[in-house]
Design a protein around this ligand. Structure first.
Ligand SMILES: Nc1ncnc2c1ncn2[C@@H]1O[C@H](COP(=O)(O)OP(=O)(O)O)[C@@H](O)[C@H]1O
Ligand SMILES: [Mg+2]
Length: 239
């Protein structure tokens, strides 16, 4: 079987400059990959292109053997889920947030209820079911966002700096919980961060982005160095 996601000669320009240029990037099924680099490197732009949310200027994206094109893009997008740094929860209760997302993807009501219960439980927020999303703390909102993403049972999960707005204790407990869920589910995950200390919790492989280019890619050990398990990592774009 080929890669689940395969981007070839992918390039995005805005009116004045090149935002990114990536010759080849692929992810195998079940792989958890970190995309790391400083602010402005083009990580979010690349993630949005790979998630089929922003059309690239040129290049192709193949998902599960299908080249993304106008005719199949909605169907392919429905097999992916994205969690962003800022909450994208709708102004309704926590349970309605999950049920609405599942309804949009045509999941039957009974199945939706079961998935909602399961995933709120897994992320430790089942007690918040009846709360309005806007009343949640940052950490609670990200747990609900992750529960919503997993409830969709995507083939590919994108995480764009999901912890960047959280304080350290909140971030650390969520990092551990999320890392365990990703591993247990074998969820194919692209995890974007500028904080390389987060990488060992969530990913086995790391791609480094700098000024719109992917400058390195390899195992965490190769990219972050032998010390990475102790999280005393050097900054990989300062070599
Ligand atoms: N909508 C946009 N219009 C113009 N420039 C943008 C837009 N979004 C991002 N950029 C530019 O693209 C570059 C990459 O940004 P981004 O993908 O957000 O990087 P990162 O997520 O790594 O911080 C930056 O120079 C940024 O200024
Ligand atoms: Mg970003």
């Amino acid at each position: 079987m080929g890669p689940l996601l395969w981007a070839k000669n992918l390039r995005l320009m805005n009116s004045t400059k090149e935002i990114f240029r990536v010759d080849s990037f692929s992810m195998m099924r079940g792989e958890a990959v970190a995309l790391v680099g400083p602010n402005g490197a083009g990580k979010t732009s690349l993630l949005l292109a790979l998630a089929l949310l922003v059309p690239p200027t040129s290049g192709t994206i193949e998902f599960d053997g299908n080249v993304a094109a106008a005719g199949n893009i909605l169907a392919l997008r429905r097999r992916m889920a994205v969690v962003f740094q800022e909450s994208t929860l709708l102004d309704m209760t926590v349970s309605s947030n999950l049920l609405t997302a599942l309804r949009i993807r045509n999941v039957a009501r009974g199945e939706s209820l079961a998935r909602m219960e399961k995933w709120l439980e897994v992320f430790g927020v089942a007690h918040l079911k009846g709360r309005q999303a806007r009343s949640l703390s940052g950490g609670e909102a990200q747990r609900v966002s992750l529960a919503r993403a997993f409830a969709l049972e995507p083939d590919l999960l994108f995480l764009d700096e999901p912890f960047a707005s959280l304080d350290y204790p909140t971030r650390n407990s969520l990092l551990d919980d999320l890392g365990q869920v990703i591993k247990k589910m074998g969820m194919t995950t692209l995890f974007v961060t500028h904080d390389y200390t987060e990488i060992p919790h969530l990913a086995e492989r790391t791609a480094v982005m700098f000024e719109g280019r992917m400058i390195k890619s390899g195992s965490n050990r190769e990219i972050l160095g032998e010390d990475y398990l102790e999280r005393r990592c050097r900054v990989p774009w300062e070599d």
